[in-house]
Design a protein around this ligand. Sequence first.
Ligand code: GTP
Ligand code: MG
Length: 300
Amino acid sequence: MDQLDQLFRAFLKSNQHEQPTPKPDPEFDRQWRPVAWSEDNKHLMLRKLKDFQPGTAEVHELKILLHGPIGAGKSSLINSINTVLQGYNAAGALADSSAGQSQSFTLKFKIHRLKKGGPGSFYPFVFTDIMGLEEDKSKGVQTKDINKILKGHVKDGYTFNPVKPIDKGDPKYISNPSLKDKVHCLVSVLPADRISLMSDDVIQKMRAVREKARDLEIPQVVVMSMVDKACPLVNENLRKIYTSKKIKEKMEECSHKLGVPMNCIFPVLNYHEQVTNDTAMDILILMAMTDIIRLSQSLC
Ligand SMILES: Nc1nc2c(ncn2[C@@H]2O[C@H](COP(=O)(O)OP(=O)(O)OP(=O)(O)O)[C@@H](O)[C@H]2O)c(=O)[nH]1
Ligand SMILES: [Mg+2]
């Protein structure tokens, strides 16, 4: 056997023993944010929300403002919170059925109250769902309008004009807003599957709103929707949300892009096709809501 042949045989032999490189494990060994996935935990959080009353006489309801890119799941989040609180499919804030739309579906500044018990009884927190932020200046809500909303200048029912912010002469303009008119918590909604694709312009708009809210000392929370689309593991089993490396990576991306700490970011799966309540979905939504309410109170 010549030397070349020997070398060739040695090469073949060494290749036979070579193991295929193992795929990186998509999961952590344990939940990095501990969650009790029990009905008891769900009912405990639900009870606290049902018993919640704002601490002051002046503010009888907390205002929670949702903002974020078009189609991020803002309206669906309000519907989902309502579904959790009512215990059944309660689609109240319209969500668009055509995902990936090019124009915001929510055009009005609309306050959503969630029913509690008997007729005329509502939860002491309300949600305002505004038009999605867009890169194109002629589309989507303007940051100037959001700043006015944060300070409490905009009345329920105002229709956004993407090319012109609200002015003082508008019948929907409140000149001297009081503490009850102001926003008590700013919730940024980001879609987990599209964070990396979000344009710098939209990110900059969101950061500008966050900075304004920070100057006004308005607490902030980030809700990361569409977790099912971002991670196959989570799509199969939502209880793996805090063991999924992909979801942690997406949350870190949110944290980095918006400049918010990880402990202010809550991943959720919105009710968008399910019609019956699911304990894991409810728990994730309740965890976000519990924090939103806790932080909102700090402003009253
Ligand atoms: N797979 C999945 N789809 C979702 C989720 N949340 C919302 N959707 C869908 O995404 C689409 C957009 O949701 P919307 O709630 O209308 O989004 P939005 O942020 O209110 O949109 P604009 O008002 O247009 O800015 C709808 O088709 C929803 O059904 C989610 O967590 N997972
Ligand atoms: Mg909407």
